[in-house]
Design a protein around this ligand. Structure first.
Ligand SMILES: [Zn+2]
Length: 666
């Protein structure tokens, strides 16, 4: 079985999409004949839940979440309230209870909030106390495999945080039961397309017990599940999914068409190659499979906020199409799994692009309301805006449960799972800073306890200061991810410049004796840059932040919804600008830095702004509240030149992100 060495993941970091190979159907058949084979070692290993705790702006953000819907949803939304089937009630008994706890649990442990822990424990205790004698878990009113897959993820996280001795036997009994039952009651519906989320937990349990039947279960789940690897080897879903085509497929009895194009399914499927790799040990093949999947979504459905369109199915490149919140958080989690498995630093760049832009951009500042579908070009939030192919007219409202309540239950995992993934272990008994945000880490390295404090206002500012406090001075390797955009990054140790090479899209390795009081200063130069999107439009980034024009936000309450409300938002100023910038001039854009406010992504206190020359384009309008397709540039305009201040995507709850290019006068 191959092992992913340090050398391997450095090579992965610079590999290209050219070396793409197709894997035969089952990765899980390879090693099962051995009595108790070891799973292939991942490039990095996640720290147990609770070892990474948020600080600085990230702690404020998680506290906002806890003081908003996450901490109060069960008090007024019945689907996760006392009548939930996952608490023994007669109410909602499917995915919503487990969805809620999959995010509430890590949030509670990271904030060390006893009240939130107690809320999560009600669901966990009920599930453990009511396991059937045959091993089945969950409400007896349905036997769908899918919601149980989510509960399995919760139980594994909970065990990592607490070591509760009930978890390993309970999961073992459930997986035994499922292995026996799958032959007569195979995966169907959502579970058939989301099997890889359960295999992740099956592999987690196998690492704890080495029980050989678990590999047979993993193999059976893959064989009964949809073959995402083959689907992307011959990718057919290259345009906007048409409602009529889905209806025709349904009439033919073809349920697969709708599921293959479903945004959330595609987000979850991005972990398929990573879970296959654990058993096959074939890193090269599975990295290629992962990259091909992401590249296809980018090429045909990619958006400048780091996501792909899905409203509710894959919807092409037009930035007026939408992306569902469930897809945002599920894509993030899949990428976090893939980052640990493969170590590729470009996966971390993508995680940051999504988590600092698309995730906070689809909530109000207080996290008391969210959208179902967000748009990169979102010029109005209201009942009349309906670019979506299959979603309803309320899809981009900020509210309690716009369009459908899945995201209301599922969004909670976004910030907490990102926080859990900030630092990881490397196989050579070292630590890796894979993602950047302020945090405090307390963990063990080899046999020693180590505390790490990260002080930073990244992604708004360019400097990251890392304080090390090992219990005793000892030597261990510490790696710092250098993002692909960070040309000229520098490292100082205890104030002295380090001679090491900080190569973009790689890890800088600091292998030395570390003592309490050591300080690392990492400088990541953030130079504004331009990228090209639909119709040759321009989008601007600086570091991991995407920038948008905010045309003013007039919030109008549509209706009260218990402790919260549903809102429409209307623009107060014009948004139809073309920008006087291109790939060569972007690095001259003026950058304004301000302090990071109590609400990190608030428009009123935007911590960083870009000033840029622009003119309005009279012909670019909205129809039914939706920006018409971005005019292909360069465009000329006789209207007066203005200087715009762009703010972070997430701060602009209405926004233009993909702009036409303005014809330069020279
Ligand atoms: Zn959803």
């Amino acid at each position: 079985m191959s092992r992913l060495t340090r050398r391997t993941f450095v090579e992965i970091g610079s590999s290209t999409l050219a070396a793409i190979a197709v894997k035969p159907k089952s990765a899980f058949a390879v090693n099962i004949r051995e009595a108790s084979p070891k799973l292939a070692r991942t490039a990095f290993v996640n720290l147990p839940l609770g070892h990474v705790r948020p600080s600085g702006w990230l702690r404020r953000q998680l506290r906002i979440q806890a003081d908003g819907l996450s901490g109060h949803l069960d008090e007024f939304w019945p689907d996760v309230g006392p009548t939930s089937g996952w608490l023994g009630g007669s109410g909602e008994s499917w995915e919503r209870g487990p969805y809620f706890v999959d995010g509430l649990l890590p949030l509670a442990w990271q904030l060390e909030d006893e009240g939130l822990k107690a809320k999560a424990m009600r669901f966990i205790n009920w599930t453990l106390d009511h396991q059937a004698t045959n091993g089945m878990i969950g409400p007896s009113s349905n036997d769908d495999w899918w919601p149980r897959m989510v509960m399995c993820k919760i139980l594994a996280q909970y065990h990592d945080a607490t070591g509760d001795p009930r978890i390993v036997p309970a999961l073992t009994r459930y997986f035994h039961y499922q292995l026996g039952a799958l032959s007569s009651r195979p995966l169907n519906g959502w579970g058939k397309f989301r099997w890889q989320d359960e295999v992740l937990v099956v592999e987690w349990l196998y690492e704890h017990t080495g029980d050989a039947f678990l590999l047979r279960l993993a193999s059976l789940l893959e064989r009964q599940g949809y073959d995402w690897i083959a689907g992307f080897a011959n990718f057919r879903h290259t345009g906007v999914t048409q409602r009529a085509d889905l209806a025709a497929a349904a009439l033919r009895g073809d349920k697969s068409e709708a599921m293959e194009t479903h945004g959330v399914n595609n987000g979850q499927a991005l972990k398929t190659a990573a879970v296959r790799y654990r058993v096959s040990g074939d890193a090269a093949t599975e990295v290629a499979n992962f990259k091909r999947q992401l590249a296809a979504l980018d090429r045909f459905h990619g958006l400048p906020n780091g996501m792909f369109s899905c409203d509710e199915h894959l919807a092409g490149l037009d930035p007026s199409h939408g992306t569902e919140l469930c897809t945002v958080v599920e894509t993030l989690y899949s990428l976090e799994v893939a980052l640990a498995a493969f170590g590729d630093p470009s996966i971390a760049d993508r995680i940051e692009k999504i988590v600092f832009n698309a995730l906070p951009g689809t909530f109000d500042d207080a996290m008391w309301s969210h959208q179902y579908d967000q748009q990169a070009n979102q010029v109005q939030v209201g009942l009349n805006s309906k670019p979506w192919t299959t979603n309803g007219p309320e899809s981009n409202l900020y509210g309690l449960e716009p369009n459908f309540g899945c995201c209301t239950a599922n969004f909670h995992q976004g910030w907490p799972k990102f926080t859990s993934s900030l630092w990881m272990r490397s196989p050579d008994d070292g630590l890796v800073a894979v993602l950047y945000a302020p945090c405090h880490v307390e963990t063990t390295v080899g046999e020693h306890r180590v505390a790490v404090t990260v002080e930073t206002e990244y992604p708004f500012k360019q400097d990251v200061r890392i304080h090390l406090s090992p219990e005793t001075a000892f030597r261990f390797p510490l790696r710092l991810r250098i993002p692909a955009w960070a040309h000229g990054a520098t490292v100082r140790i205890n104030g002295q410049p380090s001679p090491l090479k900080a190569t973009p899209n790689n890890y800088a390795l600091l292998d030395r004796l570390w003592a309490s009081g050591d300080v690392i200063d990492l400088h990541l130069p953030m130079i504004p840059s331009v990228s090209r999107w639909y119709n040759d439009s321009l989008a601007l980034m600086r570091g991991p932040l995407v920038f948008s024009l905010d045309p003013g936000q007039s919030w109008v309450k549509l209706r009260d919804r218990g402790l919260t409300a549903d809102w429409q938002v209307f623009p107060e100023k014009p948004w139809n600008y073309a920008l006087l910038v291109d790939e060569h001039s972007a690095n001259h854009i003026e950058v304004i830095e301000n302090p990071v406010g109590s609400i990190p992504f608030a428009a009123q206190t935007a911590p960083v702004k870009l000033r840029i020359r622009a003119r309005r384009l009279d012909a670019w309008r909205s129809e039914d509240g939706v920006a018409t397709p971005v005019p292909k540039g360069p465009q000329s305009s006789n209207l007066p030149e203005e200087v715009l201040e762009l703010i972070p995507y997430a701060a602009a709850k209405l926004r233009i992100t993909a702009f036409p290019q303005l014809q330069s006068e020279g």
